[in-house]
Every structure is written in structure tokens, then in C-alpha cells.
Design a protein around this ligand. Structure first.
Ligand code: ZN
Ligand code: ZN
Length: 204
């Protein structure tokens, strides 16, 4: 089986080949949905959301409306995805809350809960809390789809992490899971040695 294919949008999205097709990890910004839909030649089996941030989940509603596909996300992320709770504001004066919540909410009927340890089409769900509390990734044969657990060669900045200490601990967890490659929402992929170097810098 070939590996995940990166689709470069505001965030990296991933097309993951599986038996009989592929599934999609993350959905981009709401206003990127048209470009994303044009690029997908056949319907994904499902959409897996790593976390609720708009650059990862903003296109989910458009995908669900067109394909009626299941949208998998950790239950801690649901209140933001369905609009029951406003997302934490972006660090932009006055407009921060508005900008963080420009996405059309997903109806709850679109969502399927995923928890650590479950299997998704041959990939194992792993909890990667910190950047958001309900962030999840997918692991298979040493390849980790890590969402925003790592960013570039480091962590996302403290002010956009819901629990920065948790985000530091998650770097250690990624190593303990045996990940050889981490595919990221921004930058990457990172080889294990680079994650090890980061863990040393962070003292975890
Ligand atoms: Zn994020
Ligand atoms: Zn992101």
C-alpha cells in the first residue's frame, strides 16, 4: 500500500489509500472547500478530523453535504464542530473570536465519535491532547498522522494550544508510540530523529 498523499491547503490535508478507495484526513478552511471538492475525483470513504480548528474542519460541512460521508472526530471536539460552543478566539484583536468561528457548523448527525484505540480502516486512533484537548491522530506501521501535535520542527505556539503542558507530554507520547514518521498539519513530515531532538529540547 502506498502512503498518505499530502494535499496542500491552509493546513496539510491527507488522502490515505485504503482497500477500495481512500479516506481523507482534515478538510481545510470553509472557503477552500470548492478547490478541495474539485480535486477529489471520487468520494472519500470517510472524513477523519484531527481537531476542531477551522483550517482543519472548515470544509467538513461541504464534504458531508455532497457525499453524505461519516465525519469522525473525538467527542471533546464536537461542541466546537457543531457550533454549540464558540471556538477559542484567534490571537487577533477584536476579530479573533469571529475569525475562529467563520465555518458553517456541522449537524450532529454527520458526526461519528472516535476514541483512542479504535480502528479506522486499518489505522489506529491515538489521542494527541494539548494543542486541543480532543485532538486525535492515526497510526499505522510507524506512520503517524499527527494533526497539529507538532508544527514545523517544534510545537505550535503556546497561545494557540489549549493545554501547552499536555502538548509537551504528547511529544514524548509520539515517540513512545514508535512513530518513525509524523505527517503534520503544517510543515513536515518529521522523521523520528527530529521528534527526538525536539523532545530533548523540551525536556520530555
Ligand atoms: Zn490547530
Ligand atoms: Zn492547523
Amino acid at each position: 500500500m502506498s502512503g498518505p498523499e499530502v494535499l496542500r491547503f491552509a493546513a496539510n490535508l491527507y488522502r490515505v489509500p485504503v482497500e477500495g478507495g481512500y479516506f481523507l484526513v482534515d478538510a481545510g478552511l470553509p472557503w477552500e472547500a470548492e478547490r478541495l471538492l474539485a480535486l477529489l475525483k471520487s468520494p472519500p470513504r470517510l472524513l477523519f478530523l484531527t481537531h476542531h480548528h477551522l483550517d482543519h474542519s472548515g470544509g467538513a460541512r461541504a464534504l458531508w453535504k455532497l457525499f453524505g460521508l461519516p465525519v469522525l472526530a473525538h467527542p471533546r471536539e464536537w461542541p466546537y464542530l457543531t457550533g454549540k460552543k464558540p471556538r477559542p478566539p484567534l490571537p487577533i484583536p477584536l476579530l479573533g473570536r469571529w475569525l475562529a468561528n467563520l465555518g458553517p457548523p456541522l449537524p450532529e448527525e454527520a458526526l461519528v465519535p472516535v476514541e483512542e484505540g479504535e480502528e479506522v480502516l486499518g489505522w489506529r486512533v491515538v489521542a494527541l491532547p494539548g494543542h486541543t484537548l480532543g485532538q486525535v491522530g492515526l497510526l499505522k506501521e510507524g506512520v503517524l498522522l499527527a494533526g497539529d501535535a507538532l508544527r514545523g520542527r517544534g510545537l505550535p505556539p503556546r497561545f494557540i494550544n489549549e493545554d501547552h503542558e499536555g502538548a509537551r507530554r504528547t511529544v514524548r507520547k509520539i515517540l513512545d508510540l514508535g512513530a518513525e514518521w509524523a505527517y503534520l498539519g503544517h510543515g513536515g513530515p518529521l522523521a523520528r530523529q527530529e521528534v527526538e531532538a525536539l523532545a530533548r529540547r523540551l525536556g520530555v
